[in-house]
Design a binder for this molecule. Sequence first.
Ligand code: IPE
Ligand code: IPE
Ligand code: MG
Length: 240
Amino acid sequence: MSTAPLVAVPAAAAAVPRHVAIIMDGNGRWAKQRHLPRFAGHKAGVDAVRRVTRAARALGIEALTLYAFSSENWRRPEEEVADLMGLLRIFIRGDIDELVRENVRLRVIGDHSRLAPDLVAMVDAAVARTAANTGPILAIALNYGAQAELAAAARRLAERLAPHEIDEAAIEAELDTRDLPPLDLLIRTSGEHRLSNFLLWQAAYAELLFVDTLWPDFDAEALGAAVAAFGRRQRRYGGL
Ligand code: IPE
Ligand code: IPE
Ligand code: MG
């Protein structure tokens, strides 16, 4: 395994976000700029995932949630969906040993049971292999959509609770992110300014950061800059 350059923990270490989520966007445009097929962009995107997960660990970020495949991404051409699933297989096969060794707890959010059966088994086995770890969480969003997550939570609560018992805490406890720290920083790359159905509930008081960098170009330095920008934000939660 190569060692990525590590970013120094900023002086105000208290300002490091506990939970960072990233909408990893811009793989296709990165490839297009280079006159390469979109697949090349997705492949370079996986390299960025490797770099950024290492950098997040070095920064002391407790949880990193990466939007890898949305519930709407099934609308893409079949071949591209197959390419993305193939890259997911390669990532799990190639990187799980490092995650186990580095004490990372791998999690999945979204309805990954809709993926191909071999991939479901592979993802479940990888999650299980890191289940006894105690270190940072790497959550991968697979077939994730926030509206579906909330609808599923509502259905489960309606079966179990009376209407007056359904409050914010009850909803939070049903979300896919229930075991993760509160979302502090949500980053989207590639210059798009939208959430695309990602972590809609969790983003209520997250700091939002939109950067123009295309995902395959995002690196340890870019994550360090994002964390530094977070450190300069003043969070008020409606107060003064
Ligand atoms: C993000 O890059 C990767 C996924 C959505 C899986 P895109 O594939 O959306 O890249 P652009 O937005 O077309 O550049
Ligand atoms: C969001 O990116 C989903 C992921 C990064 C996995 P998209 O490229 O799918 O989002 P839209 O279609 O531009 O909103
Ligand atoms: Mg996109």
